[in-house]
Write a new protein. Structure first.
Length: 211
């Protein structure tokens, strides 16, 4: 397996990934068809769980927003930033993104996908999967993501792209994490740090012209 240099924020992301790994069964190297079946099962469970309001006893939800300014026009930033294939490299553990469906209707592009992360732990790396649905509003420059991962952690994201003029774009991520009461504070803090690291990686690659 190809080894990537770990960035400064890899330690907190690794800590969060380790917590997820011990709470669930690490994924095997499933086929894309098997991942699609897992995605559908996870989506059905997710929709059922979201009906509950208030949250079930023992679960909590917390939110935080983070922003970054990228020196590039909004249309190009939106296209590069919203493509999860481009997150490979910005996220030091992300190895592969499997897209199960990709449809556009009434100006909204909906993608069902699974992200495969490999945590480089000796003697055997741990593979984790995150199933997600991404909905891109192509004319209003924002997208939303609902994802669910090992450890019964649900994440809601709304990422907004604002033109500041002069080929400068502000990207704001509105993040909401849902998990057990015991893990919610840790999940929020480490999840935010992980997203900030990905933001910085995408900023560097977009501004350099790599994306």
């Amino acid at each position: 397996m190809k080894t990537r240099p770990l960035r400064l924020l890899s330690a907190p992301l690794l800590a969060l990934s380790l917590v997820l790994s011990v709470m669930g069964t690490p994924a095997r190297a499933e086929s894309d068809a098997e991942l699609a079946r897992q995605w559908q099962y996870a989506w059905n469970c997710y929709k059922f769980g979201q009906v509950a309001d208030p949250l079930p006893v023992g679960r909590a939800r917390k939110s935080q927003s983070i922003s970054i300014v990228i020196n590039a026009p909004r249309a190009g930033v939106f296209k590069a930033y919203s493509d999860f294939e481009n997150h490979i490299g910005a996220n030091p553990f992300l190895e592969r993104v499997v897209t199960h469906s990709d449809k556009t209707k009434h100006g909204v592009r909906t993608k069902n996908l699974t992200a495969i992360e490999v945590i480089p732990i000796e003697p055997d790396p741990i593979t984790l999967t995150t199933h997600a649905q991404q909905r891109l509003d192509l004319s209003n420059y924002f997208y939303e993501v609902d994802s669910w991962s090992t450890g019964n952690i649900v994440t809601h994201q709304k990422i907004v792209f604002e033109s500041l003029g002069g080929s400068v774009t502000r990207v704001t991520e509105h993040l909401t994490f849902e998990t057990t009461l015991e893990l919610i504070d840790f999940t929020l803090s480490q999840g935010v740090l992980a997203h900030q690291g990905i933001q910085q990686g995408l900023k560097q690659r977009i501004e350099s012209g790599a994306l």
